[in-house]
Design a protein around this ligand. Sequence first.
Ligand SMILES: [Zn+2]
Length: 296
Amino acid sequence: MSRNLAIVQRQKVRVSLALCAAILAACAHTARTPSMERTAPLVARVQAEGMLFEVLYTEPDHVEVARIGSGLLAAGARLSRWGTFRQGVWVRVYPDHDALEAALDRHGYPWLRAWAFGDQVLLQSPRSWSSAGSAVAGQELSELLTHELTHSLMYQLMEPLKSFGPDALLEEPPLWFREGMASVTANQGHGRLSGEALSRWLTVHPGADILHPDVELVRTEKEAVYGAAHRAFELLLRVSGDQAIRDLLRGVRDGARFADAFKAATGHGLPDFERDAIRSRFALAPPAATHGAGGP
Ligand SMILES: [Zn+2]
């Protein structure tokens, strides 16, 4: 999941941070320690070339920090295909799912484990991912961190070089692009719906705009939404390649609208690509079949 850098959402970040502090304090109060000093979050710094992460956590998650740190370093290698971070990223570890939802002021997303902004990732402690309390597989944590950090990196690479004023609004890329880029970078295809399964879903839900889902569709049809995002981004890479993605993000950073940067970088109009992706069930047909109806 991700959130853009628009001004409204910058305000949201501040709200989230305030809530975060309150939640961390509340958590520490229930952690069998009356000491006020223990209410402050602990910080671990994870650093490698071109990457700086600060992990903020509370005492019960002390045991998770090493694993999170390893996951962050592993994520860095995968992210390098798109570019390098321009600033550090905070990773705020919440003790359980309720604390994460409260910090985001979003409720009813039992599957949500993290949320990303350009400069921070909010993470539900892996300790609490399983209802049985068993340790979550390292691969799952590594995939999630790579996914979330891809969002952060994307936002950082899109952010204009010159500072922008309080009225500046950065355009949010379509959900399929954001989530597809993160899912593909994190190699999460093994858990996503196949093109065939998505084709069946689309047949059963003819009116659903799966590439531009509303909030309710994301909440209730997560598998289809993330599956379509993954397959659409895979398709984009097949027809345009990695360099086009880097060029696209640079185009937005230089001031182009997303759709214009998309066309310049990939050679495809954004609405055309999206329409063809759906029509071909994410296996783009040859141009003659795709565009033949109106062609010469
Ligand atoms: Zn995401």
